[in-house]
Design a protein around this ligand. Structure first.
Ligand SMILES: [Zn+2]
Length: 273
């Protein structure tokens, strides 16, 4: 171990030696390297997808622009979310349909998989449950990959846009965010409360961290009309989706977003026969 002996009397204002401190170098070690339960059988989930898509379309709903809606799924159902009019990102929440205390845990999902979810990654529930709630099975934008700035799609790093942070940035009061839309939807449609809304899966959103300062960034979504994602429910679910009032996120948070930048999102649920 290389070290430099500290001076007999450290400088009082820095607490240690005033010389630049050096640290040992280590290679990164993946903390949660693919626990068995996080790895799905691709043929099994491809088959679940096929069975559902060739079964019955049991529900179609359109989440209007700048609003949120909820729906339910049975284990094994497939949900397709489509950018049906124009580029648009969405913020999703998930609860166990029979016990809404069990809900999506974006932080642990990020650690078990990565900052951005890819096909065959799973969405995990909070402690003490920690179970797969759903599995991502198709992405029409999968070829976007990780871009030159480290940006990628469908992150579990952002929280959700909210009016409290908007006020922190702008000083202005507002009601018009994914958080307020999700709260309105779960209160009015499901009798839940603001405290039930939690950190989200940010679908179709392109985000990352800057290489120099590791700050959260976003880019305009590359999703175009016709793009879609599919996921399969691994338990009976209550699901909520907000069509983000930031639209395709081509305008910085805090600035006014014109209405023509915002679009609806289409939700379809398929069930095997
Ligand atoms: Zn939003």
């Amino acid at each position: 171990m290389a070290s430099t002996a500290p001076p007999a009397t450290p400088a009082p204002w820095c607490g240690r030696d005033s010389k630049p401190r050096t640290f040992e170098k280590h290679s990164p070690v993946i903390c949660y390297d693919k626990p068995e339960a996080s790895i799905v059988s691709k043929p099994e989930y491809d088959d679940k997808r096929f069975q559902a898509l060739t079964g019955d379309l049991i529900q179609t709903l359109v989440v209007p622009k700048r609003e949120a809606r909820t729906w339910t799924m049975q284990a094994g159902d497939l949900c397709r979310i489509t950018v049906n009019e124009g580029s648009q990102v969405g913020d999703m929440n998930f609860w166990n349909l029979e016990n809404t205390a069990e809900r999506f845990y974006s932080g642990k999902t990020r650690q078990l998989h990565s900052t951005h979810l890819r096909v065959y990654d799973r969405l995990w529930s909070c402690l003490p449950y920690l179970r797969p709630m759903a599995t991502f099975v198709f992405d029409s934008l999968a070829s976007y990959g990780i871009d030159e700035d480290g940006g990628a799609l469908h992150d579990v790093i952002g929280t959700r846009c909210d009016d409290y942070t908007y006020k922190l940035i702008t000083g202005k009061d507002r009601v018009g965010s994914c958080h307020s839309s999700l709260v309105k939807a779960v209160v009015e449609e499901r009798g839940l409360t603001e405290q039930d809304v939690h950190d989200v899966w940010n679908i179709f959103m392109c985000t990352g961290f800057t290489r120099d300062t590791q700050q959260y960034f976003c880019k305009p979504s590359p999703a175009r009309k016709g793009d879609f994602i599919d996921f399969v429910a691994d338990m009976n679910l209550l699901v909520a989706l907000s069509a983000c009032p930031q639209g395709d996120v081509s305008i910085q948070v805090g600035a006014e977003v014109p209405d023509d930048k915002c679009h609806p999102l289409k939700v379809e649920v398929f069930r095997k026969k």
